[in-house]
Design a protein. Structure first.
Length: 408
């Protein structure tokens, strides 16, 4: 019986489970991930194109892989690099900041790193407050129901990015249109390429403009300090600006929407926050952990290595499941429960290692401003449709909801 049981365990370990796995409760990762973690920290999975890869599900193992950027590379051109669908595969040619490795990654990230320190971003808090207040005022003037994603979720990061880059707020609509196409998991490859090309042309023109007419903004400082000195090319500067837009747009948009939805689904905890607004900063960290928008990060293994007792061979793809790591009960007590008073600072919602989210200070600030202002202004904010009528995005690396109709 022991031999039979051992053989069954080995067979189960070698079998590749189809990925992505459907969610059962829409605000929670698939329960299968919890069962996987209880057995072992790595599992074989089968992707949309028939290829197999490793899924890393344990918290410590996720951190280990993300910090080992030499063995686990981010370049989509590396053998074995996994993708999650046709639209995802179409973005491989972008080679954005999250898709490049040192030394180029170090150079590009370093060119704008000082712009994203906590001190630098906090200096823009008054501008961010004005943006959020203006958008909430505009929302209050509308007849409900409204789509919170359109009127607030997308508009906040688009306008703040305009402020950060030093371009007119009127360009925010252009950003929203192109990025909606780019991030939709159902977009045909041709549409993704078109959206990318439109953004690429926009930033190429912006760099050219800043070369002739510099201003006091991030774009101008990037051009003056790094392009004029010959450290990077105009094309590289345009790519960096492109990355800054992409990196913060859809994540913040969806976090505003899903954070609002989660708070509406937990009215008792929301009421305590309203009674004691000092808890909002802590609540934002717990919402980031609980929701974990970036469900997975992709890597390709370049050398035979062992993680969590399992050998991974060179040329094999790896999916690092952040949503699983953030629900690891060995790190977070009652990990599947939302506790807005929890100290969740160890969460991996922003990743880890050299690719840890550059704009995390921006995301935190915008969320800390948007949630309390929204619920203070609309005390009776609620869903305008049944929860089951919402359409969620589950199959891409970025979890989200297509629309969030609300009324008050």
């Amino acid at each position: 019986m022991t031999d039979i049981a051992d053989a069954a365990v080995r067979a189960e370990a070698e079998a590749a489970a189809p990925y992505p796995i459907p969610r059962e409760s829409k605000l929670d990762p698939p329960p299968a991930l919890g069962r996987w973690r209880a057995r072992r920290p790595l599992h074989r999975i089968k992707l949309w194109d028939g290829r197999e890869a490793w899924a890393i599900v344990g918290y410590e193992e996720v951190r280990e892989v993300l910090k080992n950027h030499e063995t686990f590379v981010s370049s989509p051109l590396a053998p074995g690099y996994p993708t999650l669908g046709e639209a995802d595969a179409a973005t491989k040619k972008s080679l954005l900041l999250t898709m490049i490795d040192p030394p180029l990654h170090t150079q590009h990230r370093g060119a704008v790193l000082r712009e994203f320190t906590v001190k630098a971003i906090e200096s823009l808090r008054p501008d961010a407050e004005a943006i959020v207040d203006d958008l909430i005022d505009a929302m209050a003037a509308m007849d409900p129901p409204v789509d919170l994603i359109k009127v607030l979720g997308a508009a906040v990061p688009a306008r703040f990015t305009c402020r950060l880059l030093g371009v007119p707020y009127s360009d925010a609509e252009f950003f929203q249109e192109r990025l909606t196409v780019r991030f939709s998991p159902n977009s045909p490859a041709a549409s993704v390429y078109g959206a990318e090309d439109g953004l690429r042309s926009y930033f190429a023109e912006l760099v050219e403009d800043r070369l002739t007419e510099p201003r006091d903004d991030l774009s101008s400082r990037l051009v003056s300090d790094h392009v004029r000195t010959g450290q990077i090319s105009p094309e590289e500067a345009a790519t960096i600006l492109h990355v800054l837009l992409i990196g913060g747009f859809d994540t913040t948009k969806q976090m505003i929407a899903l954070g609002t939805l989660t708070l509406m689904e937990h009215p008792d905890q929301l009421a305590r926050l309203k009674a004691d607004p000092s808890g909002w900063r802590n609540a934002v960290e717990e919402l980031l952990r609980y929701i974990t928008l970036i469900q997975s990060e992709r890597r390709a293994c370049t050398a035979d290595t062992v993680v969590g007792g399992q050998q991974i061979r060179a040329g094999e793809g790896v999916l690092v499941l952040l949503n699983s790591a953030n629900r690891d009960a060995s790190v977070f007590d009652s990990a599947d429960s939302l506790d807005l008073e929890r100290n969740a600072v160890r969460h991996l919602a922003f990743g880890s290692g050299i690719h840890q989210c550059l704009g995390q200070a921006v995301a935190r600030m915008l969320l800390q401003l948007t949630y309390p202002r929204l619920f203070d202004r609309f005390e009776r904010l609620r869903l305008a449709v049944p929860f089951d009528a919402l359409s969620f995005r589950e199959s891409s690396s970025l979890f989200g909801v297509d629309e969030l109709p609300v009324e008050w």
